[in-house]
Design a protein around this ligand. Structure first.
Ligand code: FES
Length: 115
């Protein structure tokens, strides 16, 4: 178990996702990194979160969801997911969440190297 976790950590890479200014405050935006679609969310307090962009229910576009109270609401059927860890708030689904860092106005997302 520990070995597998270390392996994932070693293969993780920081990917440039764009500039902070490309995401309006209180909004989400989708970006593609390899085969992954990542939804970035910029809260009004400046925090930025990254989740898988595709809802596990019926593939709704999570980047277009409404954010608030630490969650994003899927625009198709209303499933809510925690912005911090991707767990379903009122459902048994979950999406992957990814570490985010900002530097000089740019957003970087740490993704598994197998993306
Ligand atoms: S597709 Fe997201 S809740 Fe149904």
């Amino acid at each position: 178990m520990l070995t597998a976790s270390l392996s994932v950590e070693k293969s993780a890479v920081w990917v440039l996702a764009g500039s902070v200014d490309q995401i309006a405050l209180g909004q989400g935006r989708c970006f593609v990194a390899g085969k992954r679609k990542i939804a970035l969310f910029r809260l009004r307090n400046g925090e930025i979160y990254a989740l898988d962009a595709v809802c596990p229910h019926r593939e709704g576009p999570l980047a277009e969801g409404v954010i608030g109270n630490g969650t994003v609401v899927c625009p198709l059927h209303g499933y809510r997911f925690s912005l911090r860890d991707g767990h379903g708030v009122d459902n048994h689904s979950a999406v992957n969440s990814y570490p985010v860092a900002t530097r000089a106005g740019m957003i970087y997302v740490r993704l598994p190297g197998t993306a």
